[in-house]
Design a protein around this ligand. Structure first.
Ligand code: FAD
Length: 604
C-alpha cells in the first residue's frame, strides 16, 4: 500500500490551469465568519462554526428541517468584506477528511469569476478533522489532540466554508438525471453551471436536509471485519479519533492493573500485518515496555509476513523495530473467531480476557516466514486486548450490512469492492454534478506493464493496464486539488482535468521517535551500494540510518526518518493557521524537553 504523503510536494494544480483562474496565492481567504445554517440550532444538535466569530442567528427558514444554504447562511460578520454571492452555486462536500476538507479549502483558494463563487458547505458526522497518519502519536503521547484532530469549527473559523455537523443518511439527486450539468471533458458546449444544475438533496440522520447544485463525495472508509465472529464485539479498531481515545483508556487500565497486581503478564494482540498493524504494534509495544515491562505484544497476519508488497527498506526497518520492541509476529494465521469472557461495562469489556481462535493459512510453497521474531501460528491465543487493523472498505460498500448498518444510502454506481465508480476526472459515472474522491472512490491509474516476447526473457513492448489507487491520504489530498478544479471548471463551463497520481514515497511511524521514509525515486543501479562503500560517506549514511535497497530506492530509518515524517506532516496540515499552531506545540515540546519537562499527554 502506498503511503505517506512523502517529503516532496505534489504537483500544484494551479500550474496546470489558466493563470487567471487558479492561482491560490491570488485568492487569499478572507477572514469571514463561517456560517450558521438556518434551522441548525433547533435540530439534532448540529454544530456550526460557532464561537468567537459566530454571526447573529439567521432568520428561521420556512422549511424548518431544511439546512438550505441560503444567503443568510453565508452572512459575513464583516459587512465590508466581499461575500460569496447570495446566488452562487451551492456545493456540498460530504466528509471532512483528507478528500473533503482539502477540497473545500482548495475551492476557497481558487479565483472565481464574479458571481460564480460557490457557497460551500462541509458536512461531517464528527466534530474533528482527523489527520489519521498521526493517530499513533496520540498513543505515544507525542502529539496533542488539537495537533492530530483539530475541530472543524476552529479550522474553518477564518474561512467562508460553512460546517454542518451531521451524519449523512441519504443522497437524493433531483429528478432528471445525474445532477448538475456543465463543465465537460468533451468539447461539446454545455449549458453553464448552477442555473442549469439539477442538483439534489442530502438527508441527514435526524431529518435535516441540504440542497446542493454540486456534490463532492468524500466519506472515506469503514473498518471491515469480514464477518469474523466476535471481532465487532471484542476487538478495538484503530481508525478514528474515538478509537485512539478508547485505546488510550484501555492501555491506561491495563498499565494500572499490571502495576497493581502480580498476576500473569498482559498480552496485547494486533491483528493485521499491513502498515497500520505494524505501526500500532510498534507504538503499543514501546509504551508497554516502559509502563508494563512483562507484557507481550503479538502481531497476527494472514499474509506470509508483515508489509506484503512494501519496499524492501520499509520492510527491513519494520522487522528490526518489531524485533527490538519484542513483538512476536505470527504469520500465515487468519483469525477465525474472537471470544470474550465477557462481563464489565464499557471500557472494562475491552480488557476482559479474550481467546483468539486462529486458522492456519496454507501458504504457497515459495512463501516463508520472513520475520526473525515470527513463529508458527498456534490454534489460539489468550489476550487482554485485541486490536483490529485487518481491513478497511469504502463507506456504504459491500461490507456495510455487516460492519456499518447506518452507512448512508448513496445512489451511485459501485465497483466490485463497493467503491463509487468515477471517470478519470473523478466525476461519478452517470452523475455529471457529483465528484468522488479518497477512500470512497474507485479511482484508477494507468500502469505500464512489460510484455515479454515469445522467446521468453526480452521485454519487447509495454502495454498499459489500469490498477486501482490505494486508499491513502496522499491519494486523497492530491485528488482534492483536481476535484476543486473540476468543480470550478464545471461551474465555469471549462474543460475538466483527468486526475494524475504522483507517488510521493512511503512513510511509516515506528514508535514515538522513529520511522522509516522511502524516497519516491530509485538510484541508478549500483549507485546505492557504491555510495555505501565510500569510506566516510558510507559511515555517515549508515549512522544516519540511510539504507539503500536496490531496486526499491533509498530508505531512511530511525530518528532522522521520524523527524522527516513529522516535518512532512507539518507541511501537509490543512491550513496555514493549523501549521502555526502545530509548529508552536512543537517548539513548546522541544523547549520543555530541553528544560527536562517532557511532553504532557493532552490527548488523554
Ligand atoms: C491509523 C491510520 C493511519 C494511516 N496512515 C496513513 C499514512 O501514513 N499515509 C497515508 O497516505 N495514509 C494513511 N492512512 C490512510 C488515510 O488516512 C486515508 O486513506 C485517508 O484519510 C482517506 O481520506 P478520505 O477523505 O477519503 O477519508 P477520511 O479522511 O477518513 O475522511 C472521511 C470523513 O467522512 C466522515 N464521514 C464518514 N461517514 C459519514 C457520514 N455518514 N456522514 C457524515 N460524515 C461521514 C468521517 O467522519 C471522516 O471525517 C491511515 C489510516 C489510518 C486509519
Amino acid at each position: 500500500m502506498a503511503r505517506g504523503g512523502g517529503p516532496l510536494s505534489p504537483p500544484s494544480i494551479s500550474s496546470r490551469v489558466p493563470s487567471s483562474s487558479s492561482s491560490s496565492s491570488s485568492a487569499r481567504p478572507h477572514v469571514h465568519a463561517a456560517a450558521s445554517s438556518p434551522g441548525l440550532n433547533n435540530n439534532s444538535g448540529s454544530n456550526n462554526n460557532s464561537g468567537r466569530n459566530a454571526p447573529p442567528p439567521p432568520p428561521s427558514h420556512p422549511r424548518s428541517r431544511s439546512l438550505s444554504t441560503s444567503t443568510s447562511a453565508f452572512a459575513s460578520k464583516d459587512a465590508s468584506a466581499p461575500l460569496s454571492g447570495p446566488t452562487g452555486p451551492r456545493v456540498c462536500v460530504l466528509g471532512g477528511g483528507f478528500g473533503g476538507l482539502y477540497t473545500a479549502l482548495k475551492l476557497e483558494a481558487l479565483a472565481w469569476p464574479a458571481g460564480s463563487r460557490p457557497r460551500v458547505t462541509l458536512i461531517d458526522k464528527g466534530e474533528r478533522f482527523v489527520f489519521k497518519p498521526l493517530l499513533y502519536e496520540l498513543i505515544s503521547g507525542t502529539a496533542s489532540a488539537e495537533e492530530v484532530a483539530p475541530t472543524f469549527s476552529r479550522l474553518l473559523a477564518p474561512y467562508r466554508t460553512s460546517f454542518v455537523r451531521g451524519a449523512v443518511e441519504e443522497v437524493v439527486p433531483a429528478k432528471g438525471g445525474g445532477g448538475a450539468k456543465g463543465g465537460s471533458s468533451s468539447s461539446s458546449s454545455s449549458s453553464s453551471s448552477a442555473a442549469a444544475a439539477a442538483g439534489g438533496t442530502v438527508r441527514l440522520v435526524g431529518g435535516n436536509e441540504l440542497e446542493y447544485d454540486w456534490l463532492v463525495l468524500a466519506l472515506g472508509a469503514d473498518t471491515v471485519t469480514y464477518g469474523v465472529p466476535g471481532v465487532r464485539e471484542n476487538c478495538l479498531p484503530f481508525a478514528t479519533f474515538d478509537d485512539a481515545t478508547r485505546l488510550n483508556v484501555a492501555l491506561r487500565s491495563l498499565e494500572k492493573k499490571k502495576s497493581d497486581s502480580s498476576s500473569s503478564p498482559c498480552v496485547v494482540v494486533v491483528v493485521g500485518g499491513g502498515y497500520a498493524g505494524v505501526e500500532l504494534a510498534a507504538v503499543v509495544a514501546e509504551r508497554l515496555k516502559v509502563s508494563s515491562p512483562s507484557s507481550r505484544v503479538e502481531l497476527v497476519t494472514a499474509a506470509r509476513g508483515i508489509l506484503d508488497g512494501a519496499p524492501a527498506g520499509q520492510h527491513a526497518a519494520a522487522e528490526a523495530k518489531l524485533a527490538a520492541a519484542g513483538v512476536v509476529v505470527k504469520a500465515n494465521a487468519a483469525v477465525a473467531r474472537v471470544d470474550s469472557e465477557g462481563g464489565g461495562g464499557e471500557g472494562e469489556k475491552d480488557l476482559s480476557k479474550k481467546t483468539i481462535a486462529l486458522a492456519r493459512v496454507v501458504a504457497s510453497s515459495s512463501s516463508s516466514e520472513s520475520s526473525s521474531a515470527s513463529s508458527s501460528a498456534p490454534a489460539a491465543i489468550a489476550a487482554d486486548l485485541v486490536l483490529w487493523t485487518a481491513g478497511v472498505g469504502p463507506v456504504g460498500g459491500a461490507s456495510s450490512p455487516v460492519d456499518n448498518a447506518s452507512a448512508p444510502s448513496l445512489p451511485f454506481p459501485r465497483s466490485g469492492r463497493g467503491a463509487v465508480v468515477v471517470e478519470p476526472t473523478l466525476r461519478v459515472k452517470g452523475f455529471p454534478g457529483v465528484f468522488a474522491l479518497g477512500d470512497v472512490a474507485a479511482a484508477e491509474e494507468e500502469e505500464e506493464e512489460k510484455e515479454v516476447g515469445a522467446g521468453g526473457a526480452t521485454a519487447t513492448k509495454k502495454k498499459k493496464k489500469k490498477k486501482p489507487l490505494p486508499p491513502t491520504a496522499q491519494v486523497a489530498f492530491q485528488q482534492a486539488d483536481y476535484v476543486a478544479w473540476n468543480v470550478w471548471a464545471s461551474i465555469n463551463d471549462r474543460p475538466l482535468l483527468p486526475f494524475r497520481y504522483q507517488h510521493l514515497g512511503e512513510m511509516m511511524s515506528l514508535g514515538a521517535k522513529e520511522g522509516a521514509v522511502t524516497l519516491p525515486f530509485a538510484l541508478p543501479e549500483g549507485v546505492g551500494s557504491a555510495l555505501g562503500r565510500l569510506p566516510v560517506l558510507g559511515d555517515v549514511l549508515s549512522a544516519a540510518g540511510v539504507r539503500v535497497a536496490e531496486p526499491d530506492g533509498v530508505t531512511i530509518e530511525g530518528p532522522l526518518a521520524g523527524a522527516l515524517r513529522r516535518a512532512s506532516y507539518w507541511y501537509r496540515q490543512p491550513t496555514g493557521e493549523q501549521r502555526v499552531a502545530v509548529g508552536a506545540e512543537w517548539l513548546a515540546a522541544v523547549s520543555g524537553s530541553l528544560s527536562g519537562g517532557g511532553r504532557r499527554k493532552k490527548s488523554e
